[in-house]
Design a protein around this ligand. Structure first.
Ligand SMILES: Cc1cc2nc3c(=O)[nH]c(=O)nc-3n(C[C@H](O)[C@H](O)[C@H](O)COP(=O)(O)O)c2cc1C
Length: 267
């Protein structure tokens, strides 16, 4: 599992050792089949969720392996990874005797070198069309044009229908995505309000995070949307959430040396 491109399963040591609340395992990589296998194991082991790391800026991850934040520039592959992870947790959860699959979430950034959150979020929420279907639609449009030009248009229309039918059937056979999961939407998306290039060197762009919150709300999809970046305390996180319309705030560096940070009694 430690080889290049493989997913990393962590947090096993902490598993169920006096840790209250849900415990998720975060995976990184770029090969959908690895995510499928790892997510299956995570669910089978009894963890509460799988988080997909689409935000790591580290050169060894995003540069060498094309994983983490590099996937922001490869939305179709990112979608394939989400679908593969969902298929994996569905299988693992079933094997673990759960009635529902454990959730799959995504942690990511606003872009690689610039803010592309609008289009990136869109591709995380909706898979617009399967490649084969798009091709079939194109063929149909072409066919319609040809039919109107020919004197024997009815015949051409029939041919077009047959071609369309065959292409739709072929689309079902193509091995480009796990066949049983086309709902690409993760249960939760957390946006770290910086680009990969910005690392953590500039203040987090909470205005961009808020724009993403509005887009998710407007989509009407049941997605838990969280913001991340520069929250210094529990009270500060609550203020950030209220001011920017997010469902929650993820805290990172503020927890270093203060692991009780997440306890509301310590505000
Ligand atoms: C030392 C270190 C390790 C990190 N490791 C991860 C990681 O494994 N997965 C992840 O999603 N984010 C990781 N992050 C990023 C944080 O989760 C967070 O996005 C970032 O620090 C900004 O939030 P903050 O301002 O609250 O720290 C790491 C950050 C630091 C400083």
């Amino acid at each position: 599992m430690a080889r290049r491109g493989c997913c990393c399963v962590g947090a096993v040591v902490l598993w169920r050792l006096h840790v209250p609340g849900p415990i998720l395992v975060q995976l990184f990589g770029r090969e959908p089949s690895h995510f499928h296998a790892a997510a299956r194991v995570v669910a089978q082991l009894g963890f509460d969720g799988v988080d997909l790391n689409f935000g790591c800026p580290d050169k060894s991850v995003s540069g060498k392996q094309g994983a983490g934040s590099a996937l922001i520039a490869e939305p179709t592959l990112a979608q394939d990874i989400v679908l593969a992870a969902k298929a994996g947790v569905a299988e693992g959860s079933k094997l673990a005797g759960l009635s529902e699959p454990i959730p799959v979430s995504v942690k990511t950034r606003i872009g690689v070198t610039s803010d592309v959150l609008d289009t990136w979020l869109q591709s995380l929420m909706v898979r617009s069309a399967r490649r084969g279907c798009a091709a079939a639609r194109g063929a149909c449009r072409q066919g319609e044009g040809v039919a109107s030009l020919c004197s024997w248009g009815g015949m051409m229309f029939l041919v077009c229908l047959v071609v369309l039918y065959l292409m739709v059937m072929m689309d079902a056979w193509l091995p480009h995505t796990p066949p049983h999961h086309q709902d690409v939407r993760p249960a939760s998306i957390t946006i770290h309000g910086r680009t990969r290039q910005e690392m953590s060197r500039v203040p987090a762009h909470w205005d961009v995070i808020a724009r993403g919150a509005a887009a998710v709300r407007a989509s009407g999809l049941p997605i838990v949307y969280m913001g991340n970046g520069d929250a210094m305390s529990y009270a500060h996180a609550l203020d950030l959430a209220a001011a920017h319309g997010v469902d929650g705030v993820m805290m990172g560096r503020a927890s270093f040396g203060t692991p009780w940070l997440f306890d509301e009694r310590c505000v």
